[in-house]
Design a protein around this ligand. Structure first.
Ligand SMILES: Cc1cc2nc3c(=O)[nH]c(=O)nc-3n(C[C@H](O)[C@H](O)[C@H](O)COP(=O)(O)OP(=O)(O)OC[C@H]3O[C@@H](n4cnc5c(N)ncnc54)[C@H](O)[C@@H]3O)c2cc1C
Length: 417
């Protein structure tokens, strides 16, 4: 198996001297084989991270990741890249903190710069109800080993001078502050995992849409695709907003609703904000990209749809909301908007689970907040698929919906991020 060249300062210097003629493609564009031990559907961050950990941690490399479009072209390449782990419930804090801690060294692990920037995340408290809620979360996080603190308005202003803390309707009363939360470059996360997978011999097959799931005696035997039938021993469905459709092909139903979530960016401006701010009450969140654009997240559509594009009323609502907290935004021009199809569960927690079909596993339900979970989710899903059990994944099984063991994160996910 050909390995890609190690990226290093030395390699850049050498290539500079020979007109960059020696770089290779970061991953092989594989053609599908007739059969694999494991097939993963969906080359977003979660599918690629699952394949990576199957190879790295469990030595399973006869794996294909099938993608109907281009890798990272789903929500992974459309999100606003906020990374944090300040969730309330213990199972959530465990998987999101595992993920956040993996992000700390992901660039070194993958030998690919994912531009993790632990610049700190502020979740603003703008009502007494939120003050109580975030104080409670800070206490829960202390018990869970997640480093967060509740801070007062003066500290918020010091961390983010462009905030108007005496806002007209909702003054800033404090914030939940996670100093090691932040952002990463979304495409780079997908590309880095893809390169590492390809190096291990895992096939990433793009423009290969799965159109059916083959079963025999209640067990998966393979998939039908736009590039022919492919056999497999185990199948992972990791397709975010398309999860219900894939489950239907396999013959079961998922408690998922798919809706469009959108975001927008402004024209680039000089650096003015070096933290991430989320304002749940007025509903909006914002960070500044390395290029200087203000990256702004809006809300989900209030109805089920698969449109994968933005809508004007959300832009208006989101920008109006943020201008209350950041008045300087009123003088900015907006550059572009886009949307992605997110997969929402009733308790706003993900599903990492076996399914009624033997050999079929699902990883979905990350909804509006799964980018931050990619490394941890890949780690847990690979363990589940390889060994049949994962401590991190166990609470997120499908059985919780039958048994009423919900992991309610509607507060932590109160704003779409
Ligand atoms: C606007 C927006 C902002 C967001 N902001 C944040 C944020 O700030 N922080 C955060 O943590 N999360 C955020 N999210 C959520 C996050 O993007 C997702 O939870 C995460 O990217 C999901 O990754 P995934 O790999 O599961 O799905 P995806 O990246 O969507 O990958 C699934 C892939 O499956 C493919 N696929 C679908 N059907 C088939 C088929 N039949 N055959 C083959 N392939 C198929 C799709 O083409 C797609 O590439 C945001 C989402 C959006 C839309």
């Amino acid at each position: 198996m050909r390995r890609t060249r190690h990226y290093s300062a030395f390699a850049i210097a050498r290539e500079a001297l020979r007109r960059h003629a020696g770089w290779q493609p970061a991953w092989r564009d594989a053609a599908p084989k007739a059969r694999y031990d494991v097939v993963i559907v969906g080359a977003g961050g979660h599918g690629l991270a699952t394949a990576y950990h199957l190879g790295r941690d469990h030595g399973i490399t006869n794996v294909a990741v099938l993608e109907k479009g281009w890798l990272g072209g789903g929500n992974t390449g459309r999100n606003t890249t906020i990374i944090r782990s300040n969730y309330l419930q213990d199972p959530s804090a465990a998987i999101y903190e595992k993920s956040r801690s993996l992000y700390e060294t992901l660039s070194q692990q993958l030998n690919y710069n994912v531009m993790f920037s632990p610049r700190g995340v502020l979740m603003l408290a703008q009502t007494q109800h939120e003050v109580r809620g975030y104080r409670r979360t800070a206490q829960a996080n202390a018990l869970q080993g997640v480093a967060t603190e509740f801070i007062g308005p003066a500290r918020v202003k010091a961390l983010c001078p462009i905030i108007a803390i005496d806002g007209p309707r909702y003054p800033v009363l404090g914030a939940l502050w996670q100093a090691r939360g932040g952002t990463a470059r979304h495409d780079a996360v997908a590309w880095g995992y893809a390169r590492a997978c390809s190096d291990m011999g895992i096939d990433i097959v793009q423009r290969c849409e799965v159109t059916g799931v083959r079963t025999e005696g209640g067990r998966v035997t393979g998939v039908e695709t736009s590039r022919g039938a492919i056999g497999c021993g185990r199948l992972g469905l990791v397709v975010a907003g398309h999860s219900s459709r894939l489950a239907e092909m396999a013959g079961f139903r998922l408690p998922i609703e798919s809706v469009a979530l959108q975001a927008l960016v402004s024209e680039p401006i000089k650096p003015c904000m070096d933290v991430v701010v989320m304002a749940n009450t007025v509903h909006g969140y914002m960070s500044q990209s390395d290029k200087g654009e203000m990256v702004i997240g809006g809300g989900t559509d209030g109805f089920v749809n698969y449109t994968q594009r933005g809508s004007f009323h959300h832009i208006e609502e989101t920008v109006c909301a943020l201008i209350e907290t950041f008045p300087m935004l009123s003088r900015l021009r907006m550059l572009r908007q886009w949307g992605g199809i997110v997969d929402m569960t009733g308790d706003r927690s993900p599903i990492l689970s076996r399914t009624p079909v033997e050999g079929v596993f699902v990883n979905c339900g990350w909804g509006t907040g799964g980018f931050k979970a990619i490394p941890g989710s890949g780690y847990a899903m690979a363990e589940l698929m390889a060994t049949g059990r994962s401590v991190l994944a166990e609470p997120f099984g499908l059985s919780r919906f039958r048994e009423g063991r919900f992991i309610d994160e509607s507060v932590a996910a109160g704003v779409a991020h």
